[in-house]
Write a protein that binds this ligand. Structure first.
Ligand code: GLN
Length: 384
């Protein structure tokens, strides 16, 4: 008898990031698709990992994360967001932000629960919801500024609504939540049992003097929230897969029940090194400026093409409309660009529950200037 597996995720294929990175590699394209820097991370941080390994810090640390690292995180966020996060009960170190989001959703969801997600949104949220037997309910962001229509959110709320997933700065669009968004969110969840999953992995990658409105700033939101962060984005080491989740004790207790039998505890040397490195705020406080310069440089050289930029106030990403260049679908155009022009991007429809064809591609500008220049040269040459 042959073995059959009935897929728990029948509508899910391979993530677009892997698809486009593989296509880029096989066509020697410049990869502005998947979001990761191509510049080096800080040598001091590398040396700290090396040193701590030589010092013998190579065994399991506490399942919630190295206590010193949690202390440093509490100091950091309490200073930055005027919060009152508890070191012992509210923080768990995770293998990346994506894992933190999955674990939070798994800790709270039961079959039939509804979760509000925005369309477009990061591609892991919907599969994370579905694998738990829950139902994603999409609310479209308004094109072209990708702002939230809170009246539509209100219409979708019902007794089955278990959670809302928010993400600011937003992947893939680079939009950021404003004070009025926060006020709307507060009034919508007040008096309900709705949880909030807040994906804040791009907290420091925010531009144009905008301020990151972390959920940690608002006690009435934090009491119902799992807030997810990433060290990879902060220290240019996405491949380390290190992040953390912050939630109030009652919620974190449930999060840890899932975490302890999945990953149990994360890479120890990285935690020792990060604990020491976090002491110096300058490392992350200059990130906004650093990435804003890259965004601005990329936008300035892209003026030599017919691509039209959409607003981006944060993240690694800049969206461009190619409506003035081609009628092809986003996927067709992104594939042609990779194979023929030698530049890989991400078609934005990959981030939609209900795809729309706005003719928009996502470009990652977290790259060396020389990489960005070479990519734009290729586009200019290809389109003539
Ligand atoms: N967060 C990265 C992006 O949006 C990709 C991470 C991944 O490939 N899973 O491009």
């Amino acid at each position: 008898m042959s073995i059959n597996i009935e897929s728990k995720l029948p509508n899910v294929g391979t993530t677009i990031f892997t698809v486009m990175s593989s296509l880029a590699a096989s066509h020697k394209a410049i990869n502005l698709g998947q979001g990761f820097p191509d510049y080096t991370m800080n040598d001091e941080l590398i040396a700290l990992v090396n040193k701590t390994m030589k010092d013998g810090n190579n065994q399991y640390v506490h399942m919630c994360g190295l206590p010193l690292l949690r202390e440093r995180i509490a100091e950091k966020v309490n200073r930055a967001y005027q919060s009152n996060v508890n070191v012992d009960t509210d923080i768990t170190i995770t293998p990346g932000g994506t894992y933190a989001i999955y674990t939070a959703l798994t800790a709270i969801l039961r079959p039939g629960d509804e979760v509000i997600v925005f369309d477009p949104s990061y591609d892991s949220y919907i599969p994370n919801i579905e694998i738990n037997g829950a139902v994603p309910v999409a609310v479209s962001l308004r094109y072209p500024d990708y702002s939230i229509d809170w009246d539509v959110v209100r219409e979708k709320i019902n007794p089955s609504t278990k959670a809302i997933v928010i993400n600011s700065p937003h992947n893939p669009t680079g939009s950021v939540l404003t004070q009025s968004d926060i006020d709307q969110l507060k009034s919508i969840v007040e008096g309900t049992g709705i949880f909030i999953i807040s994906d804040e992995v791009y907290e420091h990658l925010i531009f144009d003097q905008k301020e990151h409105l972390s959920i940690l700033r608002y006690p009435e939101l934090f009491e119902r929230s799992f807030v997810c962060f990433s060290f990879g984005k902060v220290y240019h080491c996405t491949g380390w897969k290190m992040g953390y989740c912050i939630a109030p004790a009652k919620l974190m207790t449930e999060f840890r029940k899932v975490h302890q039998f999945n990953c149990f505890t994360c890479n120890s040397p990285a935690q020792y090194a990060l604990a020491e490195f976090l002491e110096e705020p300058a490392h992350y406080l200059q990130l906004g400026n650093f990435l804003q310069q890259k965004r601005d440089y990329f936008r300035s050289i892209m003026r030599d093409t017919k691509f039209e930029p959409l607003p981006s106030y944060g993240s690694y990403f800049q969206l461009y409309s190619y409506a003035a260049i081609s009628d092809e679908s986003e996927s067709e155009f992104a594939i042609r660009l990779t194979k023929e022009a030698g530049v890989a991007t991400i078609p934005v429809n990959a981030f939609y529950k209900t795809p729309v064809d706005n003719k928009v591609l996502r470009f990652c500008f977290a790259k060396k200037e020389s990489t960005l220049e070479e990519a734009v040269n290729r586009l200019v040459k290809y389109f003539g």
